[in-house]
Write a protein that binds this ligand. Structure first.
Ligand SMILES: Nc1ncnc2c1ncn2[C@@H]1O[C@H](COP(=O)(O)OP(=O)(O)OP(=O)(O)O)[C@@H](O)[C@H]1O
Length: 347
């Protein structure tokens, strides 16, 4: 009993240990993956094309066997517990399989009829609710082939939501969609999360992860680079200092003098890396007292660099400052900082 209850309420809904897949051709697609997806999260599984996301998802759902390592879904081992676990998991992988000549509603009726546990007496109500949930009630009578890609994707989601689910696994759910279709799917993901469903979605779009996810894991060439909350990930990378000014040469010189590195001049703008954690106002902490702190030394005299002082110094030197501040680091900055490579993907 305790065990069953424990499994039913597993706080970590996806957990892998050393999960590895080497394809028959020898390709090491996933290499020693330790993943932990907290219940209630919207978890973005991020990585460029070919980094191993789909292979991981297929192992999680028991569609392919790992070469090594283990995967647990809702607290239960996969693939051995697949029959017990999968009914509690909705999945949308590589686009839904739909009959174009059937209406959206009839497609769902077929899906529902294929589920041996679905009560035929409540089928119509269930299908109606699922259509409602994904915003397709009004288009339910239209043939699926007349649906936009976004509508097809939503119909696929409706199929995954015919039964109550604890976890939804979506492989690149917005791939190929136009901006409006993307917005619709993202809004839907947020709604489902608000209903308490944990959502695990893969994406090669950094801004998508930033917009909808609470947590993320970053894959790079089959390996996990990092995982944590999206906020932690961005906070781990300090944003660049940006100064808007027509007096770029003088501003650049002064910034360098104050210990700012990697100073870059663009038209009417100078940016650079701040040398040390900038203390909040009133925090005259002694931590950055120069010397061995090296890059963390701040201003040349050893005092920590204060943004207000720096701004004042620019103004004193006659630099006309139009804008001044630290830009927010993005997930893209974090990825580049973590991997030393750009997030360069095709499509
Ligand atoms: N069935 C297969 N046999 C051999 N190699 C494969 C197979 N499936 C994928 N691969 C390779 O494994 C690596 C990881 O692929 P995978 O599809 O898991 O990555 P991905 O991150 O999901 O990328 P994409 O978004 O392009 O699908 C790639 O190098 C790919 O070529």
């Amino acid at each position: 009993m305790a065990d069953a209850a424990g499994a039913a309420e597993a706080a970590t809904v996806v957990e892998t240990t050393g999960l590895t897949k080497r394809y028959r051709g020898g390709q090491l697609a996933v290499d020693g993956l330790d993943l932990a997806v907290p219940r209630g999260s919207v978890f973005g599984f991020l990585g460029p094309n070919g980094s191993g996301k789909t292979t991981t998802i297929r192992m999680l759902l028991g569609l392919i066997e790992p070469t090594r390592g283990t995967a647990r879904l809702l607290g239960e081992p996969m693939p051995s517990a697949a029959r017990r676990v999968l009914p509690r998991v909705g999945a949308l992988i590589e686009g839904p399989a739909l009959y174009g000549f059937l209406s959206g509603r009839d497609n769902l009726l077929r899906y529902d009829a294929a589920d041996p546990d679905a009560d035929p007496r409540t089928r119509s109500a269930r299908v109606g609710e699922a259509l409602e949930r994904v915003g397709l009630a009004a288009a339910a009578g239209k043939k699926a082939r007349a649906y936009s890609l976004g509508m097809k994707q939503r119909l696929g989601l409706a199929a995954a939501l015919l039964q109550p689910r604890e976890l939804l696994v979506l492989d690149e759910p917005t791939n190929g969609l136009d901006p409006q279709g993307m917005r619709e799917i993202r809004a839907l993901v947020r709604e489902l999360a608000a209903d308490g469903i944990t959502v695990f979605l893969s994406s090669h779009l950094l801004d998508e992860i930033e917009q909808v996810c609470t947590h993320t894991a970053v894959m790079h060439r089959g390996r996990l680079v990092t995982q944590g909350t999206v906020a932690e990930m961005s906070a781990g990378v300090r944003g660049r200092l940006a100064v808007g000014t027509p007096d770029t040469a003088e501003a650049a010189r002064l910034l360098k003098e104050h210990g700012v590195t990697d100073v870059t001049v663009e038209e009417n703008r100078v940016t650079g890396e701040l040398p040390a954690p900038v203390p909040a106002p009133g925090h005259g902490n002694a931590g950055a007292d120069g010397a061995a702190a090296g890059a963390g030394a701040g201003a040349p005299d050893g005092d920590p660099l204060d943004l207000a002082d720096l701004n004042a110094a620019l103004v004193r030197a006659g630099v006309r400052v139009r804008a001044f501040g630290q830009e927010n680091a993005s997930l893209e900055d974090a990825f580049v900082a973590l991997t030393g490579e750009g997030f360069d993907v095709a499509g």
